[in-house]
Design a protein. Structure first.
Length: 319
């Protein structure tokens, strides 16, 4: 995406909005900055501002209505409700986005009957759901994907239609396809085979060596936030570190690993049951992303009673 004058204007206006904490309209026009007249399309845009929607004309000009409050959470009346209505069409496919909104971690760019586009504030990861590739393409072209950390450029595309649009609009350099699974049952009864504790320095160094899907820096952050747990089993009269589990930066359950010499003893099920209970105790819905060729993990999720979304989600890394 371009970093030209329109993006710079957007950045300055958005920064001012956050400072004043007022409801404002950010208007970006084409070259010359001339305000267009009130044609039929422009009247539609003016109407759209009232309910927080975004309309894009053929020249790529965007009008955005945002409400910014001192809490930093999107509070525009109806925006979150429209997002929830859309998520209700396929609960399992959109549970990650729904949970992001529920815990107040979502910056919602767009929410309407044809899709939702948001950014998870903690991780900076963008998430997009849309009914069609056309809608997804329109949204991706409308919003400049600005990331505070150049090493953290990710979009989670929900479904094949959004995936096709992402490849059309964005510089995708890597793709990981996953099944989203969601747990809707009650608390799990633990077998008592493990003792659970947060990692000390030695355990954390082991986790960094063994787990490659998060950077060492992210693992440090997750551990500091209390989002990684270790399982210890009694082996030869002493507690032995046998595996770990945790919560990814954007909120999904994951990091599950049992060391090879301790597998096939039920420790994976025990670790995940423990984590399910923690999610439920926090008032959250347990969900996870399972890489599509990880059959062992998928079998475990089904054994634990997870529901599996009908469509895949795609983690897309951007250049």
């Amino acid at each position: 995406m371009s970093d030209g004058s329109e993006s710079d204007t957007f950045t300055r206006l958005y920064a001012k909005a956050e400072k004043t904490k007022k409801v404002i309209a950010l208007k970006l026009f084409g070259r010359g900055g001339k305000r267009p007249g009130f044609s039929g399309k422009n009247r539609q845009r003016e109407k759209g501002k009232k309910d927080g929607r975004i309309f894009v004309n053929s020249g790529g000009r965007v009008e955005i209505m945002k409400e910014i409050r001192s809490s930093g959470r999107e509070k525009h009346p109806g925006t979150e409700e429209r997002a929830r209505q859309y998520f209700s069409h396929d609960f399992a496919l959109y549970v990650d986005m729904s949970e992001c909104v529920s815990r107040g971690a979502a910056e919602i760019f767009y929410a309407a009957e044809d899709g939702v586009f948001l950014c998870e504030r903690v991780s900076g990861i963008h998430m997009l759901a849309a009914d069609s590739s056309e809608t997804a393409r329109r949204l991706l072209e409308a919003f400049s994907m600005r990331f505070p950390d150049p090493k953290r450029k990710f979009l989670v595309a929900h479904g094949d239609a959004v995936l096709r649009a992402a490849y059309d609009c964005l510089p995708v350099c890597a793709e990981t396809s996953c099944y989203q699974v969601v747990y809707t049952g009650g608390r799990r009864t633990l077998a008592g085979a493990l003792r659970f504790a947060r990692p000390e320095e030695a355990e954390l160094e082991t986790i960094k060596r063994e787990y490659s899907l998060e950077s060492p820096k992210n693992l440090d952050r997750l551990a500091a936030a209390g989002n990684i747990w270790c399982g210890f089993a009694r082996e030869n009269g002493k507690d032995t570190f046998v595996g770990f589990i945790g919560k990814h930066p954007e909120g999904s359950m994951g990091l599950l690993q049992v060391f090879p010499e301790y597998r096939r003893r039920g420790y994976g099920e025990e670790l995940e049951s423990f984590m399910i209970n923690r999610f439920l105790d926090e008032g959250r819905i347990p969900y996870a992303h399972i890489i599509d060729d990880n059959r062992k993990s998928m079998n475990l999720q089904k054994k634990l009673g997870y529901d599996v979304a009908n469509e895949k989600i795609y983690w897309l890394a951007l250049r």
